[in-house]
Write a protein that binds this ligand. Structure first.
Ligand SMILES: *[C@@H]1O[C@H](CO)[C@@H](O)[C@H](O)[C@H]1NC(C)=O
Ligand SMILES: *[C@@H]1O[C@H](CO)[C@@H](O)[C@H](O)[C@H]1NC(C)=O
Ligand SMILES: *[C@@H]1O[C@H](CO)[C@@H](O)[C@H](O)[C@H]1NC(C)=O
Ligand SMILES: *[C@@H]1O[C@H](CO)[C@@H](O)[C@H](O)[C@H]1NC(C)=O
Length: 458
């Protein structure tokens, strides 16, 4: 390349940077909401949306927190699902949500990995643009945080809490570590307040092993269902032991099929509910791989959310898109979600317990919270992976008694339990399935207030 073209290239880069500052971010007139795109790698764009809380309380001893919400999937949109169906200021009908987490913190939603929600790659057929691992996803999110936080001193005063649901938990622990690394390298200006793992897919092995016994004890499968389930979990255990993660993803999918047929379609997100009839007919490997992608992209297709979710796509591709203004023509919310899961089939079953240990060893506050009625990321499975931690506070933590939780001034109904030792916190939320904030908004909101040490304590 000659000198002139080099100059031209840098001019173009400079121009595109200016250009980016102008068109790739926007917000409401009153400044309470901001959103934008960050090109985290060439041709790979992440979308973010930050809500400033109207409940902000200025307390010099307790800075107002920011929550980064990471949705599961991989491939489910935090900007859509987490925001409108779980914790944001408006629900799926654009009505105010009285349990919004804005009461305790500012909320930052990010559609991650690329291909999720409004996030996109320029060429879906270019496989080098997709994210293959949790760590790659974490690096992209960290790149975005640099863009959003480094130039904003007011944001930097707020501690950031990474709060995740489901597969998002694997992203949260890798994002937590990647944030710390970037801070140490002097590349990122923010304070990490903690990481919270809601019904998080941290150890696939512990979760799949819990399914059969849980359903048998709850009358939902019989001995023959349990036997069929056990023979598949044995295979999964072997595959994980030998690092055969893609094969394990395939077996996981077959196990879900066995559980569905022997339970007459239990809902994986709430053992008290039925899932939609969904006959499984994967015959060839390829066909069933596609099926498993489809199955997982039905994330949030639980009866408790199904009706709300039905309208979500038209909402996000209708009035919300119009409001945001900066979504490029040709980018559809959810339009690229099919590229996300297939790119991560080799990662999906990989455990992230070691990363939790690393966060604990670095003194980061780690909270685990789990809905009592969840199947896919069951409480029994979460307790099992916690017992595998190498953290030196574990024995003490396990030996402690739990404190009961109530909510809304009603001391007659137990809503959960919690215990903590040093920087590990565990919340058991009763009466909730996978979508804890939806099923038990009151106690979850109080929990979020104490996790983030929000100065707004009502
Ligand atoms: C695919 O993306 C990579 C990374 O941006 C880029 O270097 C490469 O040229 C792209 N390939 C094609 C065929 O466009
Ligand atoms: C929030 O709204 C729900 C119904 O939508 C209601 O049951 C609940 O009592 C309300 N909570 C508060 C704190 O107002
Ligand atoms: C910094 O972030 C806050 C939100 O916490 C926002 O109100 C403010 O406008 C931002 N400042 C700039 C320069 O973007
Ligand atoms: C962890 O949380 C506790 C309270 O829940 C708080 O006192 C402590 O400062 C937090 N630690 C860090 C490193 O943020």
């Amino acid at each position: 390349m000659g000198k002139f073209s080099l100059f031209l290239v840098s001019l173009l880069i400079a121009l595109s940077l200016c250009h980016e500052n102008i068109v790739s971010a926007a917000g409401t007139e009153d400044g309470s909401e901001q959103w934008g795109y960050v090109e985290v790698r060439p041709q790979a764009h992440l979308f973010w949306w930050l809500y400033k809380s109207p409940f902000r309380v200025e307390d010099p001893s307790k800075p107002w927190p920011v929550i980064l919400w990471l949705q599961g999937g991989p491939g489910a949109s935090g900007v859509g699902l987490g925001n409108f169906l779980e914790i944001g200021p408006l629900d799926g009908n654009l009505k105010p949500r009285n349990s919004t987490w804005l009461q305790k913190a500012d909320l930052l939603f990010v559609d991650s990995p690329v291909g999720t929600g409004y996030s996109y790659v320029d060429d879906v057929h270019n496989s080098s643009l997709t994210v293959k691992t949790d760590v790659e996803a974490a690096i992209d999110v960290t790149t975005l945080l640099k863009e959003v936080f480094n130039g904003n001193e007011s944001l930097q005063r707020s501690p950031l809490y990474v709060v995740a649901e489901s597969y998002g938990g694997k992203f949260a622990v890798t994002v937590g570590l990647s944030i710390l690394e970037a801070i140490e390298a002097g590349e990122l200006k923010l304070k990490l307040g903690g990481v919270a793992l809601g019904d998080s897919w941290i150890s696939s092995e512990d979760f799949v092993l819990s399914w059969g016994p849980l359903l048998k004890a709850g009358s939902r499968i019989d001995n023959s269902g349990l036997r069929d389930s056990n023979s598949l979990t044995q295979i999964i255990t072997q595959q994980l032991k030998y690092g055969q993660y893609e094969e394990a993803t395939q077996s996981w999918y077959e196990l879900e099929g066995v559980i569905l047929s022997s339970s007459n379609n239990v809902d994986f997100y709430n053992i008290m509910l039925d899932s939609k009839k969904d006959p499984i007919e994967g015959t060839t490997n390829e066909a069933s791989k596609q099926m498993s992608t489809k199955r997982y992209s039905k994330y949030l297709d639980s009866p408790s959310l199904r009706s709300a979710k039905k309208g979500l796509s038209s909402l996000m591709n209708g009035v919300i898109r119009e409001k945001l203004k900066i979504i490029p023509t040709g980018v559809k919310w959810g339009g690229q979600e099919d590229i996300v899961f297939p790119a991560m089939v080799g990662e999906f079953m990989k455990p992230r317990i070691k990363e939790v240990d690393e966060l604990l060893a670095k003194g980061i506050n780690v909270t685990i919270y789990n809905g009592q009625l969840d199947l896919i990321c069951s409480t029994a499975g979460a307790e099992a992976w916690v017992e595998k931690l190498k953290w030196d506070g574990l024995d003490k933590f396990l030996s402690l008694d739990r404190t009961p939780l109530y909510c809304g001034g009603d001391g007659s109904v137990t809503k959960g339990f919690m215990k903590s030792y040093k920087n590990l916190y565990f919340y058991w939320i009763l009466g909730a399935g996978h979508f804890v904030p939806v099923d038990q908004p009151c106690v979850t909101l109080e929990m979020i207030g104490s996790i983030t040490q929000s100065p707004n304590t009502s």
